[in-house]
Design a protein around this ligand. Structure first.
Ligand SMILES: [Zn+2]
Length: 135
């Protein structure tokens, strides 16, 4: 019986993850996008001004990166390190539409704006993205 309850809870949890996460525009955000808890619910905040500057395809990759953090459980621990950011980029490379991935890769290769990204240059980030997929 305990296992049945556990399975039901796990299923509910998976369903919760599959639901869409609210994406909230915040022009004051000091980053392109960020996945955080707001009042007990995971939301993705994004800066619409940065997104306008980056263009829709690159912006969507940044959102996919945040979905990576959510799906990999990083938001639960609240830890965003070079390692978790690399994992979130890899998740995005594998799950985002190829057009978004290619646009972001080109953007980073040109050392384009990356928001609050303390883990090296855009060229380095583009190189690391290439390790995740052979596109
Ligand atoms: Zn990140």
């Amino acid at each position: 019986m305990k296992y049945l309850i556990l399975i039901i809870l796990l299923t509910l949890n998976l369903n919760a993850k599959a639901e869409s996460v609210p994406e909230i525009a915040d022009p004051k955000l000091n980053d392109v996008a960020l996945a955080i808890y707001v009042e007990g619910e995971i939301v993705i905040l994004y800066n619409p001004n940065f997104c306008n500057m980056l263009g829709p395809l690159v912006c969507k990759f940044f959102l996919a990166h945040e979905y990576g953090h959510i799906n990999l459980g990083h938001v639960l621990t609240g830890t965003y390190s070079a390692q978790t950011d690399l994992e979130a980029d890899c998740w995005a490379v594998k799950n985002a539409p190829l057009l978004h991935v290619q646009a972001a890769h080109q953007h980073f290769l040109k050392d384009g704006f990356m928001g609050n990204w303390p883990h090296g240059t855009g060229v380095k980030r583009a190189e690391r993205m290439s390790y995740c997929s052979a596109f």
